[in-house]
Every structure is written in C-alpha cells, then in structure tokens.
Design a binder for this molecule. Sequence first.
Ligand SMILES: [Zn+2]
Ligand SMILES: [Zn+2]
Length: 114
Amino acid sequence: MKFCPRCGTLMAPRRENEQVVYVCPKCGHREGAAGAGDVASRVLVTTIKHSEKEKLVVIESNMEEKLLPKTRIQCPRCSHDEAYYWVVQTRRADEPPTRFYKCTKCGHVWREYD
Ligand SMILES: [Zn+2]
Ligand SMILES: [Zn+2]
C-alpha cells in the first residue's frame, strides 16, 4: 500500500522494465518501489542477529579450554566443583554480561543467570 505524496490517492503498482513503479491514478505522479529498500535492510538486520546467535553457539561449544580461567563452582550435572568460565555480552551493551561455565570434568556448559 502506497499513497501519493502529492494528492494522497492510493497508488497502483505497475511493472515496468522488470521494476515495480507506483503510479497515481489521479495526478499521474510516479514513484519507484521504495519499499524494496526497506525489505533489504530488514533482511540484513535478521542476518546479523542470526550470525550473532551462531557466534554464541560456537563460543559455547568450541571454546579453547586451555585459554580459559577456572573457578570453583559446582557442576549442575555431575557435581564436580571446578569449571572453566567466560563472559559473553549477549544482550544490550548497558546490561551486565552473562557468565558461562563449562565443567572441567564432564564438559557440561551452563550459564549464570543474574
Ligand atoms: Zn496523486
Ligand atoms: Zn560436570
């Protein structure tokens, strides 16, 4: 749905040269399908969000354990009392980062909720 910026009439989409243009039936005003740009930026945002999520999964499963610091905390799965830990900024920058743990014995990964 697109309205003419000049007279406010509902413009009709028309296919011209493999492109969609909107033409006002009242005053003849023509406009390119500006909505295409919006769709493109929306797709881009979705892609970025998706890859951030994937990055997080990678961090959770393939973290270089040798480089990680250890802390004394009880594993919820096997009750072992030592785990590697790392911190991930999963939400907005003004919120505190989430701490993840990985049991040094059974490899179970869990996150600390605040
Ligand atoms: Zn018009
Ligand atoms: Zn464990």
